[in-house]
Design a protein around this ligand. Structure first.
Ligand SMILES: Nc1ncnc2c1ncn2[C@@H]1O[C@H](COP(=O)(O)OP(=O)(O)OP(=O)(O)O)[C@@H](O)[C@H]1O
Ligand SMILES: [Mg+2]
Length: 390
């Protein structure tokens, strides 16, 4: 059977290159022991999202041979930069911080009790999508920055166990959160945003299957054991999908609203509808739906092209009785900024571009929805756009 497994593993494609993992010589070790498979591949150049696609493919291709819990997929990387180091792995201790110590997470299922509010936090907004890769994390990061530049204190929980990408987007891959004297985890800060991510705690080599049981308990800790005191908006970047994992994550705490992200393709929309239904089922008010990659505006001629179709999200929101609160066009710099750890909305050179204005308008919609006390925009950033005095 091992030969059969190896043959199938070799045929799994690397979404980054389109080639088969076998032809790229990615597989390091593939062993079968007591009916349990351990397979390790080299993940150099493969993003967290692509890694997840590969893991799903592996599960699929082996489903008739092995049960899911008999498969351990491990990865190795020669690019040390690319590795999310587990916190409890020794590593070098950061410079002396006597009152703090390395933060630790306790694995566990977590219990779903009564909804509790998170102390010191204004509004909690869950950001979900039915389908992966629609731009949830990109949107979360840039919306957070926009809200923050408008004078709010903003935090983010990256609840995506499969492909935590916020450490990358915020240029903090190597960070190791610490806990303070009250044993609260101190969030990592970047561009004025405080955030906490599974990426800080997951060892790159941990098999994805192991991560499942940690979920409930860990999100609970991200909500209640992190020092979020003084945060006006706490955004939760949920893992894609509309299953139990997503539900259990939002059932513990008093979440104030949900934003659903979709791209205009029919298939993404269909999943987005499921997302709306899921949030409605748990009585979570829906702030609205955002259409990402809604169109491509040509840099040369300025013409707008609707690559993924037009009008689909508008029709869907009407059917579902929710509001369309944003349309973010495709723009290469939104991606390159994220990949480089310099989110788009931190770069003032993009002011007045369609994507820039789309985030301004989205954050305004979010603010209006929650109708908070007026905030003081930071001088010199949005003041011009908003017509405010410096
Ligand atoms: N409007 C856009 N223009 C150009 N690139 C975009 C845009 N939105 C997102 N991207 C890029 O698309 C890819 C997927 O986006 P992102 O990781 O934010 O999606 P996601 O929904 O969080 O995915 P996942 O399901 O893996 O968590 C990223 O490379 C991102 O930089
Ligand atoms: Mg994401």
């Amino acid at each position: 059977m091992l030969d059969q497994i190896k043959e199938r593993l070799n045929q799994v494609r690397n979404p980054a290159t389109g080639a088969m993992l076998g032809s790229e010589n990615r597989w390091q070790t593939v062993t079968l022991d007591n009916g349990k498979l351990t397979a390790e591949y080299n993940r150099d150049g493969i993003s967290p999202t692509e890694k997840r696609t590969i893991e799903t493919e592996i599960q699929k291709t082996l489903s008739d041979l092995l049960e899911a819990d008999k498969i351990l997929i491990k990865t190795t990387s020669t690019q040390s930069q690319d590795v999310f180091k587990a916190l409890d792995k020794k590593g070098e201790a950061p410079a002396a911080q006597p009152a703090t110590q390395p933060a630790q997470l306790k694995a566990g299922h977590g219990t779903i009790g009564n909804k509790k509010s998170v102390p010191g936090v204004g509004k909690i907004i869950a950001i979900g999508s039915g389908k992966g890769g629609v731009g949830k994390s990109t949107l979360t990061a840039n919306l957070a920055i926009t809200l923050s530049k408008q004078g709010h204190k903003v935090g983010i929980i990256d609840a995506d166990i499969y492909g935590p990408s916020l450490p990358m987007i915020f240029g903090k891959r190597e960070e190791k959160p610490r806990s303070n004297a009250e044993r609260k985890i101190i969030p990592v800060e970047s561009y004025g945003i405080k955030f906490m991510s599974f990426g800080f705690f997951i060892n790159e080599n941990d098999p994805v299957i192991w991560r499942g049981p940690m979920l409930g308990g860990v999100l609970n800790q991200f909500l209640f054991d992190v020092d979020w005191d003084g945060i006006d908006y706490l955004l939760i970047d949920l893992p894609p999908g509309t299953g139990d994992i997503q539900l259990s994550m939002i059932q513990n705490a008093h979440v104030d609203g949900a934003i659903i992200v979709s791209t205009p393709q029919d298939i993404a929309l269909l999943d987005a509808k499921k997302g709306v239904e899921m949030f409605k089922k748990v009585n979570l008010p829906i702030v609205g739906m955002v259409e990402n990659m809604s169109s491509f505006i040509c840099n040369h001629c300025g013409t707008e092209h609707h690559i993924f179709g037009e009008g689909g999200v508008a029709k869907a929101v009407k059917e579902l009785g929710v509001e369309m609160i944003g349309q973010i066009p495709l723009e290469l710099e939104l991606r390159t900024g994220s990949d480089a750890g310099e989110p788009y909305m931190t770069q003032e050179k993009f002011q007045d571009r369609p994507v820039w204005n789309a985030f301004l308008s989205l954050s305004e919609k979010v603010e209006n929805h929650f109708n908070p006390t007026p905030a003081q925009p930071k001088a010199g950033f949005f003041s011009k756009v908003l017509g405010l005095k410096k």
